[in-house]
Write a protein that binds this ligand. Structure first.
Ligand code: GCO
Length: 264
């Protein structure tokens, strides 16, 4: 029974921003569990090809598609191409995102808008066009990658927090409107993970590095592979009655007020 509950073999999963980082880790988890992975990026075809070969070297059925998730026409064209060349998209993970660490007072409006555009508007655009097929088939899984900043503020990441807070509510509203079609829309809220995006604040001796180690009950930065289980759960039959839920994978950060640095 448990195998069926978590069996995603043969499912087709599109993971935006899956050429590296958390997107790649989640996509790899789904791929190793038997799903076909649609790799997406917008930087260069070469980066996508390199990522696809990494997946394939692990025996994962992976295909790459370069498109800009903020450009609705590119999204429409790419989804149509994927559905012809690979098949219907069963699982969508809206992972593509950026962060700009600038105090709000100093932030250019254009920079603020860019973060909102990529981190909040693009999940709307991609979901709006993927969900049409899911509605016609009366089944599908959408997972929006939220953040600690969906719940908490932090100095210098105001635009990102506004986007991720909005993404939490967008997830809940997608569930409100689409759950009746047997589509489950949830979020994953990663805590602080060791990725390229967090490299600048993770170096030994950086005050933020010490802060996170102390603020996280597990006492460490997350390993991106720790997200695979949550992605598989929210992509499988096991979550068929879970909707509008943000599953935090954060080592316990949101469970605690934290402790003084001199406490064990
Ligand atoms: C930061 C970090 C965070 C994490 C993650 C936490 O600057 O605070 O980059 O944004 O990446 O989003 O959930």
């Amino acid at each position: 029974m448990s195998v069926t509950l978590f069996n995603i073999e043969g499912k087709i999963a599109l993971i935006t921003g899956s050429t590296h980082g958390l997107g790649m880790a989640m996509a790899r988890g789904l791929g190793l569990a038997g799903a076909t992975i649609i790799v997406n990026g917008n930087s260069s075809q070469e980066k996508i090809d390199i990522a696809v070969s990494k997946y394939q070297k692990e025996g994962i059925d992976a295909k790459g598609y370069k498109f800009n998730v903020t450009n609705e026409q590119e999204v429409i064209t790419a989804i149509a191409k994927i559905e012809v060349e690979v098949g219907s998209i069963d699982i969508l993970i809206n992972n593509a995102g950026i962060i700009k660490r600038t105090p709000l007072m100093d932030m250019e409006v254009a920079d603020f808008k860019e973060v909102i555009d990529i981190d909040l508007v693009s999940p709307f655009i991609v979901s709006k066009h993927v969900v049409k097929g899911m509605i016609s088939r009366k089944q599908g899984k959408i997972i929006n990658i939220c953040s600690m900043m969906s719940e908490l503020g932090r100095n210098s990441v105001g635009a990102y927090a506004a986007a991720k807070g909005g993404l939490k509510m967008l997830t809940q509203n997608m569930a409100t409107e689409w759950a009746k079609y047997n589509i489950q829309i949830n979020g994953i809220g990663p805590g602080y993970f060791a990725t390229i995006q967090t490299e600048p604040i993770r170096i030994d001796g950086h005050p933020f590095n010490d802060f996170i180690i102390n603020r996280t009950p597990a006492g460490k930065w997350g390993d991106p592979n720790d997200l695979a289980g949550a992605a598989i759960f929210l992509s499988a039959k096991a979550s068929d009655f879970v909707n509008g839920h943000i599953l935090y994978v954060d080592g316990g950060i949101l469970a605690t007020i934290g402790k003084p640095s001199n406490e064990d």
